[in-house]
Write a new protein. Structure first.
Length: 316
């Protein structure tokens, strides 16, 4: 049987588009999508799909054996805002799912893993501007702690057992297909939807909160490019900084208002403000650019155009 790819957490914001991109590249039947439920019916009906709870080792193991899975993309996670509400659930899901796939690679059931980390590994003591690849990481969210610890485990499994596990620290990801859920950067997706449906948006972050962000197409390209890079070119086996654009709620509102002149923006910061304040404003991703030729394509203007065009079509 030819070897296949498994995506765990395929119904989520990134998993949905990663599934489509990997199927376009390697063939629909080569890529098995899985999630804990069938909440994204378009995805479920678009090719092979299995119900898998990422916390269930046996379910992942059996799927890998039965389908000759050699590569796993582990996209299931509880994000920063949800993690603060359900800390033990976040720890349980984010850590145990990672341990399960690392174990499968150590036992040579699978050959290669992609596991996303996040800018949440950084904290208030990290340099906020142009945050370097190697720097102080003292995260103050449960999600950030799971990602930081996960990075250490990835590097450990690589160094100790030769496991090929690759990772990027995603910034906030902006897309118009599946909605994000439970993140601090989610405002930057919601704002585009509300701009089309209500011509108004109330941001849960203050107007001058600058965070690193990336358009989905760039995030998918980064993921696939890193996974295809020759192992000998890679110098980071914890997780690579990747960056594209940084902006504030005010800046994105102003960019939207150029297309929708009567768009109204309000600000009501909530508990997510403290999370955002602990994260960097911009990221130095020169190591990724050097090691595997990472480059982004979308700036704020180009991304806004793409978001508004697609969402106008969706809601019309
Ligand atoms: C979140 O806001 O929690 C995520 C992230 C930056 O990892 N989007």
């Amino acid at each position: 049987m030819p070897s296949k790819i498994l995506i765990i957490g395929a119904c989520g914001q990134i998993g949905t588009e990663l599934t489509t991109a990997l199927r376009a590249k390697y063939g629909v039947d080569t890529v098995i999508a899985s999630d804990i439920n069938t909440r994204n019916l378009d995805l479920v009906n678009s090719g092979p799909f299995e119900i898998i709870d990422a916390k269930n080792y046996n379910a992942i193991h059996d799927c890998c054996i039965q389908n000759n899975i050699k590569t796993v993309y582990l996209m299931a996670a509880l994000l920063s805002a949800t993690g603060e509400k359900y800390p033990m659930e976040a720890w349980d899901l984010n850590m145990n799912s990672l341990f399960h796939v690392l174990k499968l690679a150590r036992l040579k059931v699978i050959d290669k893993i992609f596991w996303p980390s996040s800018i949440a590994v950084f904290g208030p003591t990290t340099p906020q501007q142009n945050t370097p690849q190697h720097t102080i990481c003292e995260p103050t969210t449960v999600y950030g702690i799971t990602k930081q610890v996960g990075e250490r485990w990835c590097e450990y499994y690589h160094d100790k057992y030769g496991v090929d596990v690759r990772s990027v620290r995603y910034p906030g990801i902006i897309s118009h297909k599946a909605m994000p859920g439970g993140g601090t950067t989610d405002y930057a997706v919601e704002i585009y939807h509300k701009a089309i449906t209500d011509k108004a948006y109330t941001s849960f972050l203050s107007e001058d909160t600058e965070l690193p962000m990336m358009f989905m197409e760039d995030a998918i390209n980064a993921t696939i490019k890193l996974m295809e890079a020759p192992a000998e070119n890679l110098s980071i086996w914890s997780s690579y900084n990747v960056a594209a654009i940084s902006f504030t709620p005010k800046e994105v509102a102003e960019t939207i208002a150029k297309e929708i002149p009567d768009f109204k923006m309000n600000y009501e910061p909530d508990f997510r403000q403290a999370i955002a304040d602990s994260w960097p404003s911009s990221i130095d991703d020169s190591v990724a650019r050097k090691d595997w030729n990472w480059e982004h394509q979308f700036d704020l203007k180009k991304m806004t155009q793409e978001m508004l065009d697609n969402l106008k079509a969706k809601y019309s």
